[in-house]
Design a protein around this ligand. Structure first.
Ligand code: HEM
Length: 447
């Protein structure tokens, strides 16, 4: 395949990776402005991929024959999730693991997580959660840290049913250290993934991953020896299934859910809070809707409030936390008229798809009403990807965003700290598996 415009020398590749690391959305817009759609992008550790940012392109990619697709390898997130992860498996193995995991996220089961989500948010606001501070008037809240703590409690509760405070604290520390150890440079520059007498960032990352795995393996061993494998949580469900997974496989699948299942949702909650507090009319309208539902409303009712729903959709449109969706080809395929061979990689750039002015008038503006005025198709709006690999946790994430936001809005009044209340929206940069605001976004608690 001829790649006329993708950077090829190592220095250029590194410069492009740096540009993407500094401002992902702008980098993609720039690439497209030079080449049109589709366009090539090359990242170290990922190789070259042909990207599209149009609904027609997304349709072609998401409808490509399943048997000729697999995840790109080598994959920059492999050290995080592991080779056995659902995110990286293909073919029959992917089908099997998806069949195994998907029931944990079906709507019927999510209902059971509703109270877990609301209680986790309330514990954060009241300061009852380990390591949290009460959201009292005069306090300043780091929204990212708070959101991450809430969603981590939810995913740990859903997977392991962790209700032991000490064990929970051990998980929280280990997961935070593990994710923080996988910095942007380690993600984007594979050459840095080398040890140096226990002192290199890579050594620190491996040690942190080991600590998380030891906790997960201890939980698996405990369940296997006590025979406690009721399926009220995801681990129990997997141990009860007719497919026997080895401890290694189980550990990587569960680590995948922990990694994929909390930072993405946490980032989305932060962006929603950010935009709500920059748009007083939107905030007033959603607050009125939440108030009318009642502060003790069933969490599942909160998850169906129409204006809150459109606020969440608009947030995911403007800030898709997983901004690129990739497929590697195992057979020839044509994307937007460009012939690709087996071994080539193609992708959808969600920030471009979600800002196409022919679909989204005034695309840079946060305007939730657009989701009340029109329904958007799965190839126009795809924050959870599409086709056979669409995010397996999408339903949980959607409920979680709505319940956490409604719980916060019903209980406290916040204001963005002066640094964020005006001026440009903070840039999105890669954090582990997702992208998120490059700095903590802070709020003052008013009442
Ligand atoms: C707002 C929150 C979230 C967003 C925006 C998001 C987005 C995505 C995207 C774009 C993909 C790739 C889809 C594709 O290739 O077509 C994905 C895959 C995945 N997500 Fe999510 N996700 C979120 C939350 C979650 C949660 C809560 C979980 C689990 C608890 C989860 C687990 C996964 C897994 C396991 C995959 C791989 C699926 C496969 O390859 O079959 N995600 N997600």
């Amino acid at each position: 395949m001829a790649l006329p415009s993708a950077p090829r020398t190592p220095r250029l590749v590194a410069a492009h990776a740096l540009a993407a690391g500094i401002d992902f959305d702008r980098y993609f817009r720039w690439r497209r402005s030079r080449e049109g759609d589709p366009f090539y992008v090359r990242f170290p550790g990922l190789g070259t991929a042909l990207f599209t940012g149009t609904a027609a392109g997304a349709r072609e990619l998401f409808r490509a024959p399943v048997e000729s697709l697999e995840p790109p390898r080598p994959n920059p997130i492999e050290p995080l999730v592991g080779a056995a992860s659902l995110i990286l498996s293909a073919g029959e193995r992917h089908r099997r693991d998806r069949t195994l995991l998907a029931p944990a996220f079906h709507r019927g089961r999510i209902r059971a997580y509703g109270e877990l989500i609301r209680d986790s948010a309330i514990d954060e606001i009241s300061g009852a959660a380990a390591g949290s501070v009460p959201w009292r008037p005069g306090a300043t809240i780091d929204a990212r840290a708070a959101s991450r703590a809430v969603t981590l409690r939810v995913i740990l509760g859903a997977i392991f049913g962790v209700d032991d405070r000490e064990r929970h604290a051990a998980y929280t520390t280990a997961v935070a250290e593990f994710l923080d150890a996988f910095s942007g440079p380690l993600l984007l520059v594979p050459a840095l993934r080398r040890g140096a007498f226990g002192r290199a960032p890579w050594d620190r990352f491996l040690a942190a991953r080991d600590r998380v795995d030891r906790l997960i393996r201890a939980d698996i061993a405990h369940r296997r020896t006590t025979g406690r494998s009721d399926d009220t949580d995801i681990l129990g469900m997997l141990l009860n299934s007719s497919v026997t997974l080895s401890d290694d496989e189980l550990c990587e699948q569960l680590r995948t859910l922990v990694v994929a299942g909390h930072e993405t949702t946490a980032t989305s909650v932060v962006w929603a809070l950010y935009h709500l507090h920059r748009e007083p009319e939107v905030l007033a309208r959603v607050r009125a809707e939440v108030r009318a539902a009642g502060s003790d409303a069933d969490p599942m009712r909160l998850a169906t409030l129409p204006y809150l729903d459109s606020v969440c959709q608009e947030t995911l449109r403007l800030h898709p936390p997983v901004p690129i969706v990739l497929r590697r080809l195992t057979a020839p395929f044509t994307l937007r008229g460009v012939a690709l061979a087996a071994g080539d990689t193609m992708g959808v750039a969600l920030p471009l798809l979600h800002s196409d002015p022919t679909v989204w008038p005034d695309p840079g503006r946060f305007r939730p009403e657009r989701f009340l005025e029109r329904r958007f198709g799965p190839f126009e709006f795809a924050p959870f990807g599409g086709g056979h690999r669409r995010c397996v946790g999408a339903t949980l994430a959607e409920y979680e965003m709505r319940i956490v936001l409604a719980t916060i809005l019903a209980r406290v009044r916040l204001a963005l700290t002066p640094r964020y209340a005006r001026g440009r929206t903070p840039l999105s940069v890669p954090h582990n598996i997702a992208t998120g605001p490059y700095r903590a976004i802070t709020f003052d608690v008013l009442s």
